[in-house]
Ligand binder design. Structure first.
Ligand code: SAM
Length: 278
């Protein structure tokens, strides 16, 4: 959907954007095509789209997928979507908050869902956390999000963007950057640039963890003050200094390293050893 078409729909329905709902609609067809191509949708797939807006992405998805389930919070958009996309019989529109909706209510029809969305940015982290919780019924997520968060999600060790969010997502998914998108591709124009990223769920978490909660506690503490060494960051996690040093030693990790240098595998090794020694 280009700028002219978006303006036409705006006028036709006298629609007013709601900033608090993250309503920045895509007006660049090339970006829509990049999202479609990278999401790798076929006629076997059921796609869940979060936040269809005027249906720019939805229309393209409908042409590729077996079915599209579009979850939109803004009830004033529902009649617009129904009218603009009336020629499609493979669309289901759900007027709900995607953060609250129980995806188990939806029928996967024997395969897993693919999630595709130009996300409202205010829900990025909570929705990702929710989608991870539903990973048994989701195979991949292709999303447009703000650039700064996208970089944090795909980052590898020894980069300034690598942190607890990178580890959280990469524990469950292979991550990749699809394309960078300038703020001029949206109406109204947001303040920041965006990126499309793709997350593909692994069959099982990337590493074996004795205690997942403790692993994340260690990860968060290691990045709390990025300049601190691991031995300083992990002081208050219930181990004596001696036991903490022993955990570093059996894990073959130098305690003067900083959290940002550790791979997920090293964090897993360290946390498993800390759990055993504790
Ligand atoms: N997909 C359209 C596009 O690409 O042009 C619109 C994307 S716009 C960035 C985000 C959309 O998400 C808006 O339509 C907004 O109303 C909707 N939205 C906001 N919060 C939502 C929520 N919690 N659940 C479902 N939809 C939401």
């Amino acid at each position: 959907m280009d700028k002219n078409k978006t303006v036409e729909i705006l006028k036709k329905y006298d629609f007013k954007f709601t900033k608090s709902l993250g309503q920045n609609f895509l007006i660049d067809d090339r970006v829509l095509d990049d999202i479609i191509e990278s999401s790798n949708i076929s006629k076997d797939d059921i796609v869940i789209e979060i936040g269809p807006g005027f249906g720019a992405l939805t229309r393209k998805l409908l042409g590729k997928a077996k079915k599209v389930i579009a979850i939109e919070l803004d009830s004033s958009l529902i009649p617009i979507l129904e009218e603009e996309l009336e020629e499609f019989d493979n669309l289901e529109i759900i007027n709900e908050d995607a953060l609250k909706y129980d995806f188990n209510n939806l029928n996967t029809e024997g395969s897993k869902f693919k999630i595709v969305a130009n996300l409202p940015y205010y829900i990025t982290t909570p929705i990702l956390s929710k989608l991870i919780d539903y990973r048994n019924i989701i195979s991949s997520i292709t999303i447009m999000i703000q650039e700064e968060v996208a970089r944090r999600i795909v980052s590898k060790p020894n980069s300034k963007d690598y942190g607890a969010l990178s580890i959280y997502i990469q524990l469950y998914c292979n991550t990749s950057t699809v394309t960078k998108v300038k703020s001029t591709a949206f109406m109204p124009q947001p303040k920041v640039d965006s990126q499309v990223i793709k997350l593909e769920f692994l069959d099982k978490p990337k590493v074996d963890l004795i205690n997942e909660e403790y692993f994340f506690k260690i990860v968060r503490s290691s990045f709390n003050q990025r300049r601190k060494t691991l031995s300083n960051s992990l002081k208050s996690l219930g181990l004596s200094k001696e036991d903490l040093m022993k955990s570093f030693e059996v894990s073959d990790i130098d305690p003067i390293r900083r959290g940002e240098t550790l791979s997920i595998e090293e964090f897993a090794l360290l946390s498993n050893n800390m759990v055993k020694i504790k």
